[in-house]
Design a protein around this ligand. Sequence first.
Ligand code: ADP
Length: 504
Amino acid sequence: MAITIMADSFTGLSFEVLFNAMSEAMLLVNDTGHVVLANPVAQNLLGYAESELVNMTVEQLMPIRYREHHLNYRQTYLNDPRQRAMGKGRNLVLLNRAGQELAVDISLSPIKINHQLYVLATLNSTNQLHQVEDALEASEERLQLAKQAANLGIFDFDFEHNTIHWDNRMQQIWENSDSSDGTITYEKFTHAIHPKDLAIYQTTFDKATDPSGDGEFHTEFRVIHPDGTICWVAMAGQVHFEEGHPSRLLGMARDITPRKTLEEELKIQRAETETLFKQQVAIHTASAIAHELNQPLTAISAYSEVALHVVENDQINNPEIKRALKGCVEQAQRAGQSLHELVDFLQKGEISTEKINLNKIVMDALRIARSDGYSEFHVQVHLEPHLPTVLANRLHIQKSLVNLLRNAVEAMRTANIAPSAITITVKTLQEKNMAMVTVQDNGPGVEQAIIQQIFEPFFTTKPTGIGMGLSISRTLIEANGGQLWLDPDTKEGAKFHFTLPFAS
Ligand code: ADP
């Protein structure tokens, strides 16, 4: 049944005004299939000016492959014109002025104007919809890829049913094999958390589920697998609230065991090197004091002996003076002896050596320096791939390297060097059958006037320095059969080298 609109039935409101104001693309087509009117949205969609569209047949707006079929379709429609969608759910396609195909939904409404039959075709581009769908699909694909790359597990905690929906990856992280339907109760889920981490987990959870907060949830904890092994997990999520109550916690989890293991190793190594450094500071301090006191003590002892001789030779019969002088000699010698014993005691203990891979020690030292707050430098590392092992004490070498790196960073910091850079080179000194490590920075370098002093104990140019780093490092490297020195010919920055003998 045709809708009949009398063109001037609304005073002052013409059909054309309404037609042009529509937000959907519209074509008015006569019974011979020619476009009579095209509104601005249709002109825009098809890329034609109105003057070009008027008098075009609708078939001209279609790809050639549909044109013949459409002629028949149009005839059938005109025999029984009614308001309906075209294509019965099939994708319809129009051609724009540039010859590009546009996916459209078309609905048809027959209109009688002055007893003449017209068809009003409303066009809805589905291209945009497809684009949005494609974009969504692509972004979901990207999310999936990112999820895989980061090895993330996803979970969704439903507070009302006290159930967690989790994906396969999450179940793998928990090593859980009995939630085939992809769900687990919250109690079972938290049961696997290490007892020592439960309190921190619960505090974070309570904070995230507090409706007055922002619902953010971040925590790290250990999960105990059914076989007793332990896995570190980092979890992040967002709590959603409904009517002031937490309703969902959506989040993801990642296995961070390798990172945690590395952190743990670093912690142990750092503690070991710090202990070593403290011991060395004590040894060096005691040695330095012993060295300084040795001469005056020897002198006191010698003077006292001379005085004792004089008293005895001149037959001065004063037992108190004699006793006092003997006491001076004895006490001076005892003090000297005690100092030597103290230094011997501090230095006691064999150095344990092992075959070590210098390339690895360099990378470990870099990690320690960076994690100690000395991280703001660019580094270039030139390792020697097949470097033979050296026989040395791992801690000694590591500590010496960390000292060199710290000194380099401190020098560059003080001089406000940006960007600060350190180059570390490991190579073989064939002629000496030794490995050589070079640490060069782009800081201010060491002034000529103090080059001789920097390896002396207690020499420092830093306000809070103790001047033991280089002295201890040199002692440690020498104790391992190598040498440590400053390159005197360096034009830019400071360049330190040390050597170590190969194991074989
Ligand atoms: P500290 O770091 O406590 O001063 P060190 O024995 O490690 O003790 O260093 C002694 C001195 O050597 C430093 O105070 C500094 O003047 C100088 N020095 C060491 N390394 C560098 C470097 N890379 N660049 C410039 N000066 C350095």
